[in-house]
Design a protein around this ligand. Structure first.
Ligand code: 4AD
Ligand code: MG
Length: 432
């Protein structure tokens, strides 16, 4: 009996007989030899069948199997410098689990709509496979980093009674007894309660925005990582944000360089991502935009176009602070030196990728917070629990949210967020 191996670890089995379980990716033939490109989820390898070294029925299988047929292949591992990954498999036996029907995704070019309709199959292609492995690694690295820094995982609810990031992008659903529930736009308000209980917490989960805009940077369902820290101010979370992001980039570079190459990423650009990141104020960013001929009125938040232009000015992520209060959410604390400005930050990824982080110091004063709720025309009653956090032992605190898909899109160098999540949800797409 041959040992069951994975392609990822095939190097441990040189000159030994192993069994691989996978799918046929591609095949070609040349005279009395058949080459089967097999993938097993961990990698791909070329399996070679030589006519007079296998039984006639085994050799015949090579001619009948179709793309994406499921196979169990047994053979001897040979080291071969010319092969992708440095090894190939000299086949002695093939067991076909299923001969796949005509596979819709062929090596030829397909348009994005077709690929998205077949997302459940598109996931098997080399580039998508690499992106999803990078995603898995990035989330794991973020969790490990925060645990090392003393953060406690604090899961926030998805069904919520209130808005966190403005009422225009809420998904509504009927709750019981005539009540309405909203899908969470952010775990932040709950993370603040967590920080008052546990000191340093983070949430990581799906968040929802009924974005009516069709842009490559917006999903209606996306994942957010949100650290929240008691006894912290804006400066503290600026440091945390740049440490976290540089750690993530470095960790992907160290552990997933093969996948980065598969997606065609320029690794030198990522190697530049080392603290300190440039920090500028909203007013300075406005000046930069004006110098580039983009007239913008003081007081508005930057949109996708402004973010793109700003993020093209830097080789590193840039952190922009002190936006006008009217441009930002109700919970942000005002700058005591200039109450028109919020103690907030946006981090924009370089190379035109735009905003990956939004955060702030929180309004910790009960009366100020009441005023801010009123100024944003938000009802007081559903926020009573949130106001309690200011009634009972309020402290300065701050946090931010890092968009997982935006971060992956930047690190992988892909332009559209739809490839950064297994099943993207967008304005015109909920299938599959
Ligand atoms: O800037 P945002 O809206 O901030 C918040 O939600 C805060 N409550 C977070 C906090 O302080 N704890 O969103 C944070 C990040 C953005 O910078 C972006 O990366 C991502 O979430 N994001 C989206 N990603 C994909 N699709 C969308 N529609 C997104 N909206 C925000
Ligand atoms: Mg934002």
């Amino acid at each position: 009996m041959a040992e069951i191996a994975t392609i990822e670890r095939i190097g441990q089995f040189v000159d030994e007989k192993v069994t691989l379980r996978g799918w046929l990716f591609n095949k070609r033939s040349s005279g009395k030899i058949r080459f089967l490109q097999i993938r097993d989820g961990t990698g791909s390898i070329q399996a070679v069948l030589v006519k007079n070294e296998v039984s006639p029925s085994t050799f015949a299988v090579a001619d009948t199997v179709t793309q994406e047929s499921s196979l169990v292949v047994t053979g001897v591992v040979r080291a071969d410098d010319r092969a992708v990954g440095g090894h190939e498999l000299q086949v002695s036996d093939i067991q076909v689990i299923q001969v796949a029907e005509d596979y819709p995704i062929t090596p030829k070019e397909h348009g994005p709509a077709f690929l998205l309709d077949h997302r459940h199959l598109w996931l098997r292609s080399a580039k998508q496979h690499a992106i999803l492995r990078i995603r898995s690694h990035l989330i794991q690295a973020a969790r490990e980093y925060l645990h090392q820094e003393g953060f406690v995982l604090f899961d926030a609810p998805i069904l919520t009674p209130t808005a966190c990031e403005g009422t225009s992008t809420l998904f509504e659903t009927d709750y019981f007894y005539g009540e309405t529930a909203y899908l969470s736009q952010s775990g932040q308000l709950y993370a603040e309660a967590g920080a008052m209980a546990l000191g340093k917490v983070y949430t990581l989960g799906p968040t929802f925005r009924a974005e009516k805009s069709k842009t490559r940077r917006h999903l209606t369902e996306f994942w957010m990582l949100e650290p929240e820290v008691a006894y912290a101010d804006l400066q503290d979370i600026l440091s945390l944000a740049e440490e976290l992001v540089s750690h993530l980039v470095n960790s992907v570079l160290t552990h997933k360089s093969e996948e980065l190459r598969t997606v065609g990423r320029d690794l030198d650009k990522l190697r530049l991502v080392v603290p300190p990141f440039p920090r500028i104020t909203y007013d300075e960013a406005l000046d930069l935009l004006r110098q580039r001929g983009m007239a913008m009125k003081w007081g508005n938040d930057f949109g996708a176009t402004e973010d793109t232009v700003l993020s093209e000015q830097f080789d590193l992520p840039v952190m922009i602070t002190h936006y006008p209060v009217q441009a930002k959410a109700f919970y942000m604390k005002s700058d005591p030196d200039n109450p028109n400005l919020a103690l907030c930050l946006d981090m924009l990824a370089p190379e035109g990728y735009g905003e990956i982080i939004g955060g702030s110091q929180r309004e910790d004063d009960y009366h100020q917070l009441l005023e801010k709720l009123a100024a944003h025309r938000l009802p007081r009653e559903p926020f009573e629990w949130y106001l309690d956090l200011r009634r009972y032992g309020t402290v300065p605190h701050a946090g931010f949210g890092l968009g997982i898909e935006r971060t992956i899109a930047w690190i992988c160098g892909i332009k559209h967020l739809r490839e950064a999540i297994p099943f993207p949800r967008m304005l015109q797409r909920i299938y599959p």
